[in-house]
Structure formats: structure tokens, C-alpha cells
Design a protein around this ligand. Structure first.
Ligand code: PLP
Length: 383
């Protein structure tokens, strides 16, 4: 990253920690053996994979046997949902929410086309799930529930203790998309009745293209990718050893919650206060809801987020609108629409997402620069 960039797009991807890169390097070079090989060379590589499995498990209170490595968060989510459904072929109802990442939303759309009974639970203006509706929709026909823990766009946290107690009372498997929760919230699956939980390395200062699915002991699951019998026959294919090793090291430091601590909340609050003072019409989305500490979704009603992002980018400031996967489209974010926000608000919503690498000086620079940049855009919008 160029030194003069201010990177406030950490929910899209985070900078790998130096120790992550260092740990990966041997496995991109001379430690190239296949971890399934029985010779010593292969077994040394196997050992590195298993150390990483323990590190990832440790970050979420799981045991190593409950971790399946995947090629990222999206694959983990696909394995959780498709794998759980394949293991329960007679059950046809699937429950999710209106504020999911596109990985879950698009699987839901596919399932509906395939004849599944997809139920999408609504949220209120603060992004909080309608728990009564969730309890009501759980029937004996329900195969599983899949919900996002911390929202990638707004940072809003769902009450997963409450959700898990509702699903556990009915004995229905729960999958949590915890991709944005790891490294920002304490996670202890040993004390949470959740059966499946998705993680992604690059969201907590690890490498891209590697993730994991936590599968609680005795949860029925079918593989999505078959081939070799890697990952206890739940994910065929030779492991991405360097990625797995890097993710393990990142998971170790994610346990200490560097991106979830109070210092990040302090920077986030400084940004929100500064921006709303400079631009009185600005509105912080989800401000009164429980949120992860690093995310500020600020709307500038009357302006277009895409235009704001462009001028920010020209001035060396990296932020996002909606999720990275949908940016580039002018459709308002489905997450903000599900929260019932009007179009002027959702069209003008910009996500600033911080990490422990950001500094107070960077935030102050953004707060100072934004009014002039937005004044130019406001003049254009008015003219
Ligand atoms: N779930 C959430 C909440 C995310 O924010 C993301 C990435 O943006 C994903 C899933 C997908 O993860 P990956 O990029 O590792 O496929």
C-alpha cells in the first residue's frame, strides 16, 4: 500500500500482519510437500496445517477437530448451508434474514428457485432481527437457520445468544456468518449452541482465499467439493498450506481483539462526530444499535455514494459503499433497504471501516478534508 493512502476499507480486506507473511513464506518456497504424503517431508507440512487448525480453533473456543479449512468465507458459507441441507434431505424450510452478505442471499435465491421454502426474517431500523418472527417461522420442516453475526455494511451485531437459544430450543441447526465478527468480538462456540460458523482469513489480517467452517461435534454435514478425502472428507483438494498457516497466525492475534478494542471505537467515534459536525445532514446508520467497534456507515442524503467514493479515492482515502462485492452497481444496498431506510439515505451511504493500523492523524485528515470535497459534490448535485 502506498504510504500516502488512508485505508478505511478494512471490512473489504485487511492488511496481513508482518508475522503472517513471514510464517507463510516457507510454504510458498522450499516447504512445498503435499501434507497428505506419508514421507517425512510431507508430514512436516501436515504438522504446520494442524498447528494452524489449533490456532483457528483457539480463536473461537472450538476444538481443532471441529475446524474445516476452505477457500475463503464464501466457500465456508456454501459448505455450511448446502452441506447441512444435503444431510437433511426431507426438510425444505431454510431461514435467513434481510441483512445477509450476498454469499448467503444468493444461495437463498438459488434455493428458492430449487423449490425450498425460503423464509427471510426482517429487521428494524436499527438492523435488529425480529426475534418473534424467527421463533414463529421455526417448524418441524425447518432444515436450518443461517444468520450474520456482525454486519459487513453497518457493523450492527445481532443478538446471537438470543438467536441460538431460540434455535436450540427447537433442535434446529444454526449457522452464523461470523466473517466480520472474528477479531472484533469475543467468540466462544463452546458456550454458544451454534452448529456451524464461517470465518475468513483476510478479514482479520490474514491472507485472502482461505477460510474455515466450524462444525460442532456431531453436526451432520455433507461435503460440497469431493475428490481426495482431505479435511475429514468434508472438503476435497490439496490444502492451501501457506494460506492456512497465515490464517492460523492471524487467528492467534485475533484472539486479542486488536480491531475490536476500545481504541478503535474511539477513532470510529471521532470520525463520526467530526463528519456529522462538518456535514450536519449526515446520518450515522445503526448508531444506537450494538455495533462492532471498527465500522462507521455514514449517509450523506442527497449525494451519491459512488461519487463520494470517487472524490475520496482521488484524495487518497479508501472507503466503500455497500459491500465490496456489490460496489460498482448503482442499486441501493439491500441491507439498508431491509432496514427500511429511505432511498436518499441508502444512496448516500458510505462505509468507513477501520483497523488497529489506522491512526488518529488519519482520521483527523479525513474529517478536515471531507467538508470541502462534499461541498464540491453538493454544488454539482444542486446545479
Ligand atoms: N460474509 C461477510 C459478512 C463478509 O463481509 C464477506 C466478505 O466481504 C464474506 C462473507 C465473504 O468472504 P470471502 O471474501 O472470504 O469470500
Amino acid at each position: 500500500m502506498s504510504a500516502d493512502l488512508i485505508y478505511l476499507d478494512n471490512n473489504a480486506s485487511t492488511q496481513p500482519l508482518p508475522e503472517v507473511v513471514e510464517a507463510m513464506l516457507p510454504f510458498l518456497g522450499n516447504q512445498f510437500a503435499n501434507p497428505s504424503s506419508t514421507h517425512q517431508f510431507g508430514q512436516a507440512v501436515r504438522y504446520a496445517v494442524e498447528v494452524a487448525r489449533g490456532q483457528v480453533a483457539g480463536a473461537i473456543g472450538a476444538s481443532a477437530k471441529e475446524i474445516v479449512f476452505t477457500a475463503g468465507g464464501t466457500e465456508s458459507i456454501n459448505l455450511a448451508i448446502r452441506g447441512a441441507l444435503a444431510a437433511r434431505p426431507t426438510k425444505r424450510r431454510v431461514i435467513t434474514s434481510g441483512v445477509e452478505h450476498s454469499a448467503v442471499t444468493r444461495i437463498g435465491e438459488q434455493l428458492a428457485r430449487e423449490g425450498y421454502d425460503l423464509q427471510v426474517i426482517g429487521v428494524d431500523q436499527a438492523g435488529q432481527l425480529d426475534m418473534d418472527a424467527l421463533a414463529e417461522k421455526l417448524t418441524d420442516e425447518t432444515a436450518m437457520v443461517s444468520l450474520i453475526w456482525a454486519n459487513n455494511e453497518t457493523g450492527v451485531i445481532l443478538d446471537v445468544e438470543c438467536i441460538a437459544s431460540i434455535t436450540a430450543a427447537r433442535g434446529i441447526p444454526l449457522h452464523l456468518d461470523a466473517v466480520q465478527a472474528v477479531g472484533k468480538l469475543p467468540i466462544d462456540v463452546a458456550n454458544l449452541p451454534v452448529q456451524l460458523l464461517s470465518l475468513s482469513g483476510h478479514k482479520f489480517h490474514g491472507p485472502k482465499g482461505v477460510g474455515a467452517l466450524y462444525v460442532k461435534r456431531r453436526t451432520r454435514l455433507r461435503p460440497l467439493i469431493v475428490g481426495g478425502r482431505q479435511e475429514r472428507d468434508l472438503r476435497g483438494g490439496t490444502e492451501n498450506v501457506a494460506g492456512i498457516v497465515g490464517m492460523g497466525v492471524a487467528a492467534e492475534s485475533a484472539k486479542e481483539l486488536p480491531d475490536g478494542d476500545k481504541a478503535i471505537a474511539g477513532l470510529r467515534d471521532r470520525l463520526e462526530a467530526g463528519v456529522t459536525e462538518a456535514f450536519p445532514g449526515a446520518r450515522v446508520i445503526g448508531k444506537d444499535a450494538p455495533r462492532i467497534n471498527n465500522t462507521a456507515n455514514i449517509s450523506f442524503p442527497g449525494l451519491e455514494a459512488e461519487a463520494i467514493l470517487l472524490v475520496l479515492s482521488e484524495n487518497g482515502i479508501c472507503a466503500s459503499a455497500g459491500s465490496a462485492c456489490s460496489s460498482g452497481s448503482l442499486e441501493p444496498s439491500p441491507v439498508l433497504q431491509a432496514m427500511g431506510l429511505d432511498q436518499r439515505i441508502s444512496h448516500g451511504a458510505v462505509r468507513f471501516s477501520l483497523s488497529h493500523i489506522n491512526t488518529k492523524d488519519e482520521i483527523d485528515y479525513v474529517v478536515r478534508a471531507l467538508p470541502q470535497l462534499l461541498a464540491r459534490l453538493s454544488a454539482l448535485a444542486a446545479g
